[in-house]
Design a protein around this ligand. Structure first.
Ligand SMILES: [Mg+2]
Length: 157
């Protein structure tokens, strides 16, 4: 199982009125509620992270592991989409991943605040959990993500 994870607007809510807070590693702090919500999805499903965030290529996997670990998230595996050298939209990046890399029947959920993802084909959009940019990932949305990951799995069982 995979969580296609965005960070800005998901783990780091966009508060235009508030200065972003940074951790010692130079990357923004994650919202504590979003951390609890993401950890809950990981604990209940064992899903791996597939980073879709525009920051994905700034750090290697070992650095990402540390970034998540020091913010309280224990992920078994962390992967990232290939670098977005063509400056594609998030929607096209996810479509490219789905066409080229998605393993049939592997459950996945897309957690992102990019509303253009509503334009994904229905079979992919059914796996979308859209956050509000200023709020980020909440407990309620985490429950949606868990049911997307689990219900489909039951269908194949
Ligand atoms: Mg975002």
């Amino acid at each position: 199982m995979l969580i296609l994870l965005d960070i800005d607007g998901v783990m780091v809510p966009a508060n235009s009125w508030k200065k972003p807070e940074f951790h010692d590693d130079g990357f923004p702090m994650f919202d504590s509620r979003s951390v609890r919500a993401l950890q809950k999805i990981i604990s209940e499903t064992g899903a791996s992270l597939l980073l879709t965030t525009s920051h994905k290529s700034k750090y290697n996997i070992a650095q990402w592991r540390n970034i998540f670990k020091s913010r309280g998230i224990k992920a078994k595996h962390i992967h990232r989409l290939s670098s977005n050298s063509l400056h594609s939209s998030r929607k096209d990046e996810i479509l490219d991943w789905y066409m080229a890399k998605h393993i049939p029947n592997e459950e996945f959920v897309i957690i992102d605040d990019d509303k253009l993802l509503n334009g994904l084909p229905t079979n992919i959009k059914n796996n979308l959990v859209l956050t509000s940019s200023s709020v980020g990932l909440t407990d309620e949305l985490a429950e949606n993500a868990i049911s997307i990951l689990k219900n489909r799995a039951y269908n194949y069982a």
